[in-house]
Design a protein around this ligand. Structure first.
Ligand SMILES: [Cu+2]
Length: 363
């Protein structure tokens, strides 16, 4: 597909001042450079509180965790506030606008795996933190992604400021790009998106700039660093898949965001992302073809020229670290209830911390 090329001049000194790094809150709410008419638009408000109810009380008596999310902010038909943040779904080649309101605190949205211009990449330290801004980008590769705040990232992502991002091929939902001659399209009937994550409830009592340099100060002056953070000390005590909290190591999650239902003869597309900080080991009780990793289809030119899709036989585990994404195709041939699980391993010691179970029901 031919993508649109924008001819532009260099950023002027007047423009540049609006895009200064390390300014929190930003000096200005800059206009989007090279702004085009969008094919699709989303509205997001950064850092909105949502309670995550727990299936049982923690030892300290708490029965909910305060999450911070990137909420839908659409002028009409606004989605309820939710954890994880609501899906952004676009098609390859579309001009996408995401109108983001970061408020006075200054947040960002980074569209992980998308390749926009630097101003639209939403990496606070490399571009700028926003008050309000319209992110503009055009996805070149269909696949599985996620988006998240990239200010004080370690904390803000942990607090819940992330959401799933799907780039469909131009044919739209129901088709995924994967090795399949002649057109490298695979049709699927059932789609699931697992964002596995874990929560250290102590972190949710921190203020959102914890361990960040004080706003407005010289970011290179150590005397402005705060020491109220514990972000090297991660001891998760709540484990989730796509916002559904597991009760214990053995009870399957039946929440419809996680449990998969399909019929014999149907094709299941399983999208999986490690949205946490542990090493996550996934296992599915059906044979699966791994067709894509990190938003790039295996075996499909140009990016997959030197790779190939491969088969994982039922129950074969695979591990993902933070932000890794895999796409798996499963084609159940018999009825039954098949296990599906995530094991969470400590990011430093490698010790197993917990298991979250669910299932794939084939009728
Ligand atoms: Cu943030």
């Amino acid at each position: 597909m031919a993508l649109q090329t924008i001819q532009r001049d260099l950023v002027t000194p007047e423009e540049e001042v609006k895009f200064q790094k390390f300014i929190s809150p930003p000096k200005d709410n800059p206009d989007t450079p090279d702004r085009l008419k969008p094919d699709i638009e989303f509205y997001r408000k950064l850092m909105v509180g949502v309670d995550l109810n727990l299936p049982s009380r923690l030892p300290d008596g708490t029965d909910k965790v305060k999450m911070m999310v990137i909420a839908d902010d659409a002028p009409k038909n606004r989605l309820p506030e939710q954890f994880p943040s609501p899906l952004i779904r676009v098609r390859q080649g579309q001009i996408v606008h995401v109108h983001a309101d970061g408020g006075q605190d200054g947040h960002t949205i980074h569209f992980h795996g998308i390749e926009p211009t630097p101003m639209n990449d939403g990496v606070g330290k490399d571009s700028f933190e926003i008050g309000s801004y319209t992110y503009q980008w055009q996805p070149k590769h269909s696949g599985t992604y996620f988006y998240h705040c990239h200010k004080n990232t370690t904390l803000h992502v942990e607090l819940g400021m992330y959401g799933p991002l799907i780039v469909d091929p131009p044919e739209g939902p129901g088709y995924v790009t994967g090795y399949n001659l002649p057109g490298h399209l695979i049709r699927y009937d059932v789609e699931a998106f697992w964002a596995a994550d874990e929560i250290d409830t102590r972190w949710h009592d921190l203020q959102h700039n914890a361990f960040l340099t004080h706003s407005g100060h010289d970011p290179n002056d150590p005397s402005t660093f705060t020491s109220d953070g514990i972000l090297n000390d991660f001891r998760p005590n709540v484990f989730v898949i796509s916002g559904a909290v597991r009760a214990n190591d053995t009870t399957p999650i039946t929440d419809s965001r996680v449990a998969v239902k399909a019929k014999v003869g149907q094709t299941i597309l399983m999208r999986v992302v490690n949205a946490g900080y542990t090493i996550q080991q996934f296992s599915f009780g059906l044979d699966a073809d791994v067709i894509a990793m990190d938003g790039r289809p295996l075996g499909v030119p140009p990016t997959g020229k030197y790779s190939a899709p491969f088969r994982l036989s039922a129950g074969t585990p695979f591990r993902l670290t933070s932000a890794q994404r895999w796409e798996l195709i499963m084609r159940p041939t018999r009825t039954g209830t098949f296990p599906a699980s995530v094991d969470y391993f400590d990011w430093v010691t490698g010790k197993k911390l917990a298991t979250a179970r669910s299932q794939i029901t084939v009728a």
